[in-house]
Design a protein around this ligand. Structure first.
Ligand SMILES: C[S@@+](CC[C@H](N)C(=O)[O-])C[C@H]1O[C@@H](n2cnc3c(N)ncnc32)[C@H](O)[C@@H]1O
Length: 264
């Protein structure tokens, strides 16, 4: 199984990461709520969310979803898509869930006002191909919202993993589409591109949520082999919390808003 399929077989790994942010962020607003605030939607909006994951964006904003919206969720992981469908089935609106690779969308025509591609463009091998697919299904006045991270995102956790010589898959692809280079990549496919940053950080007061985060980036079969390193990290974090009461972690995340797809 490749790294991506292993990571996203189901939502357990994503959930561990989501919980760290939800429980220890200094911002009063969660990232999915902030993303939704940035949306400029009309009552009749048709929306495509590619690489939707377990649907955190829609679950966290469920009361803000207009009943007239048509929402299509796409993910290439069947396990994750089933969870998104389950979490959203009580919402009275038409959400269609499709298992598909973003590199070949099973959709015809310019039908979407909005496409969302949050924290997924760094995973795709053929990014220009995915952007061409997005443009193909987007209305001429359409918008793409694409959230991603900056290079320094969670650098304290990253440095800890490196210091203990673990190989995490969390950051494997992240530099491929980041806050630093995303605008340049999108401007080849859209008339206007802007970037908004989310002001946030983590203040963590417990060891295990960070351990769960770190373990979510290791293949399950390697957890036992890395038990000594993981215990070293656990003790290091425990000492830091005992001495300082908190572990401060830098966050660097935000979203590109790309308007009007250029003719392909
Ligand atoms: C980090 S998660 C982001 C989930 C969600 N967009 C969010 O921001 O909470 C990345 C998701 O993209 C999906 N994904 C990765 N490559 C993909 C591709 N080529 N086509 C469709 N989905 C993909 C993964 O299965 C996973 O669910």
């Amino acid at each position: 199984m490749d790294i991506l399929s292993d990571q996203y077989r189901d939502s357990s790994r994503l959930d561990a990461r989501f919980r760290l942010h939800r429980d220890f962020s200094t911002s009063q607003k969660t990232f999915p709520r902030w993303v939704f605030d940035k949306f400029d939607f009309m009552a009749t909006t048709s929306i495509l969310d590619i690489g939707c994951g377990p649907g955190y964006l829609w679950v966290e904003n469920r009361e803000r979803i207009h009943p007239e919206w048509k929402i299509v969720l796409i993910d290439r992981s069947f396990g994750i898509l089933v969870e998104a469908h389950k979490s959203l089935q009580d919402i009275e609106l038409k959400v269609r869930c499709l298992k598909s690779d973003a590199q070949a969308l099973p959709l015809d025509g310019r039908i979407f006002d909005v496409v969302v591609a949050n924290h997924m463009l760094y995973h795709v091998e053929d990014r220009p191909g995915v952007l061409a697919e997005i443009s193909r299904v987007m209305k001429t006045e359409g918008r793409l919202y694409a959230a991603t991270n900056g290079r320094a995102h969670l650098r304290e956790i990253r440095e800890l993993i490196e210091r203990f010589q673990l190989e995490s898959s969390i950051w494997t692809h992240h530099n491929a589409f980041s806050l630093e280079n995303g605008e340049q990549q999108l401007s080849g496919s859209f008339e206007r591109v802007s970037c908004v940053r989310f002001d946030d950080s983590l203040e963590v007061t417990e060891v295990e949520p960070i351990m769960n985060y770190i373990q979510s980036g290791l293949p399950s079969e390697e957890l036992a082999a890395n038990a000594k390193e993981l215990q070293g990290i656990r003790e290091f974090l425990g000492r830091q919390i005992n001495e300082e009461g908190v572990i401060r972690i830098h966050k660097e995340t935000g979203m590109f808003i790309a308007e009007k797809p250029l003719p392909g």
